[in-house]
Write a protein that binds this ligand. Structure first.
Ligand code: FAD
Length: 305
């Protein structure tokens, strides 16, 4: 059983999600990783170091190009599984690849029980469905945060492949958000802020606390819709799925759609004025009080350490 993993990358570096996808699928068979990038060299080297990787294939071109699923469909004949993380590229390309090959994709996989048995969340994460996929080939997207990353220390060979189908399309412009905080989907600590922050200026309290803790920044949809936080910080059903060791939820009520994104959090601390808020009830530790008093105290305490 052979596996092809489409590598995720950002700003010329391999995304931590790829190590988790490789970790998830390495028991299914030998794993080849496909890196499609304008300059794949450094990304391919990082991928080749991952344990369980047999070979890294590189193709020059944009991973956003329309030709990507054409390239994947030509490679698919060699593999039993074609896999990507359930990130923005995987969510875009894998359903199109499945349609092209007339296969049913299994999306948002959170557990792999065997060669054709996969768990995926349904009803906004309120139930888990076990899918038996008896197709000859399997197209999967993986929720990277649900799996442990593959170790490094490998040195798999790197092979360039014909990328003419990908490079036939060209990327006109790319706008990226630069951030000095960790990747939200794979961060160990996340500090999330809700609409209670009241303004984009006040949301900087969340950013300051997150930076002091080396944490990623999350937000509710209400905070994003109000313009307090950018869209790529949104956590939940229609945002990012997170699974940190610690989630500090500040001024967040805990609507079902938000909870759908934090079910993998190992410990939750809630700061809220309302002791009856759903997230306060769910939290391991709850601080009942005004965030505008509690956060400055926390920052002062952290500064004194
Ligand atoms: P609120 O629900 O208004 O809660 C604010 C909280 O702050 C309250 O608990 C309040 O007690 C507390 N508070 C107020 N003042 C203070 C203070 N000074 N100090 C401390 N605490 C204070 N939401 C998401 O987050 N992610 C999603 O992906 C998402 N997807 C959705 C998809 C659909 C189809 C729909 C319909 C909704 C979706 N939502 C999503 C929106 C969701 O239903 C909620 O509206 C949203 O999560 C509420 O955000 P909030 O907790 O910031 O605001």
């Amino acid at each position: 059983m052979s596996v092809l993993v489409l590598a995720d990358h950002d700003l010329g570096a391999l995304s931590p999600a790829t190590a988790r996808v490789v970790g998830a699928v390495s028991e299914l068979g030998p794993v080849d990783v496909l890196v499609v990038a304008d300059d794949p060299t450094a990304i391919a080297q990082s991928a080749s170091a991952l344990s369980g990787v047999a070979k890294v294939l590189t193709a020059k071109g944009s991973s956003l190009a329309d030709g990507l699923e054409t390239l994947l469909s030509t490679l698919t004949v060699r593999y039993h599984y074609v896999v990507a993380s359930a990130g923005s590229v995987g969510k875009d390309v894998m359903p199109r690849l499945a349609a092209k090959l007339d296969l049913m994709p299994v999306t948002d996989v959170v557990a792999i029980h065997g060669p054709n048995s996969f768990d995926r969340p349904i009803y906004a994460g309120n139930a888990v469905q076990t899918v038996t996929d008896n197709q000859a080939r399997h197209i999967l997207t993986i929720r990277a945060s649900a799996f442990r990353p593959a170790a490094s220390g490998n040195a798999a060979p790197i092979e360039a492949i014909d990328s003419s189908v990908v490079s036939a399309a060209s990327l006109i412009a790319s706008h990226s958000t630069e951030s000095d905080t960790p990747d939200l989907a794979t961060a160990q600590i996340v500090v999330g802020g809700g609409v209670a922050l009241g303004s984009a200026e006040n949301f900087q309290l969340i950013e300051t606390l997150a930076k002091k803790l080396g944490a990623a920044i999350g937000a509710t949809r209400a905070a994003v819709d109000a313009g307090y936080a950018p869209n790529d910080w949104q956590v939940g059903q229609t945002g990012k799925i997170i699974a940190p060791d610690l989630y500090i939820a500040i001024g967040i009520s805990g609507a079902l759609q938000h909870l759908a994104g934090i079910q993998g959090a190992k410990k939750i601390v809630a700061i809220n004025t309302d002791p009856e808020a759903p997230l306060v009830k769910l939290a391991d530790v709850a601080l009942i009080g005004d965030l505008f008093e509690i956060i400055p105290q926390l920052l002062t305490e952290l500064d004194s350490k």
